[in-house]
Design a protein around this ligand. Structure first.
Ligand SMILES: Cc1cc2nc3c(=O)[nH]c(=O)nc-3n(C[C@H](O)[C@H](O)[C@H](O)COP(=O)(O)O)c2cc1C
Length: 198
């Protein structure tokens, strides 16, 4: 598969970027190609302005140059991965803005849908799995990303993978998280095998 890896973090030395690199190494090990798009590096503007507001009267809307560039980039890949830190139980504003602006009407939903085979959302959480699930945040996030965004855009194969306890952990734990990211890359194609068999 040819995977577009969209990463959102303000620091290149963040764990988020290390996770991204290990995930991509795993993809390569399994024979996939990957392109990383770093939203901060490309200076992505996450604010949806009037020129990119959805025009529901048109089946093929032309967007601003930055959005047309990202749409062209997405069309070259057959799967997507998003890698990001969980901030306030949600996507960072930068990534939320990418969804707002790029996953627009007549490209990602409405008269056209995304053509991508599958999407993975790799979310780094500062807290433990128990803390994430104590108030059902895990389920809410999965519902929002898998159903509210991916499925709405025509991609039924969507999965959220959490990497827990990312803050002030022991070096061994960081190594485990990076190994987890690598395995997600290696197993990306088979991640939905169970789902297809149903
Ligand atoms: C603004 C902000 C909000 C955060 N909100 C959450 C949260 O809702 N849940 C959580 O588990 N961690 C939260 N964290 C912790 C981050 O998820 C954590 O710092 C990140 O996963 C560590 O990866 P990094 O080194 O790549 O930033 C938050 C951190 C920041 C800065």
């Amino acid at each position: 598969m040819n995977v577009l890896v969209v990463v959102s973090h303000s620091r290149k030395d963040s764990l988020t970027f290390q996770v991204t690199d290990r995930f991509v190494q795993g993809l390569a090990e399994a024979g996939h190609q990957a392109e990383i798009v770093d939203l901060h590096e490309i200076g992505f503007d996450p604010v949806l302005r009037a020129e990119d507001e959805p025009d529901y009267t048109q089946d093929n809307q032309r967007f601003s140059p930055q959005i047309e560039t990202e749409i062209t980039r997405l069309k070259k890949h057959d799967a997507i991965a998003f890698v990001f830190p969980l901030w306030w139980w949600h996507l960072p504003a930068m990534l939320k803005g990418y969804i707002d602006r790029v996953m627009n009407n007549s490209f990602a939903y409405g008269s056209n849908k995304l053509h991508h085979e599958q999407i993975i959302w790799i979310a780094l959480a500062g807290v433990t799995e128990e803390q994430v699930n104590k108030r059902n945040y895990g389920e809410s996030i999965q519902n929002l990303l898998n159903v509210g965004i991916a499925d709405y855009c025509g991609v039924s194969r969507s999965k959220v993978e959490f990497l827990y306890e990312t803050v002030d952990a022991l070096p061994e734990h960081y190594e485990e998280l990076l190994n987890q990211a690598y395995e997600l890359g290696v197993n990306y194609a088979s991640a939905f095998a169970e789902q297809s068999a149903k």
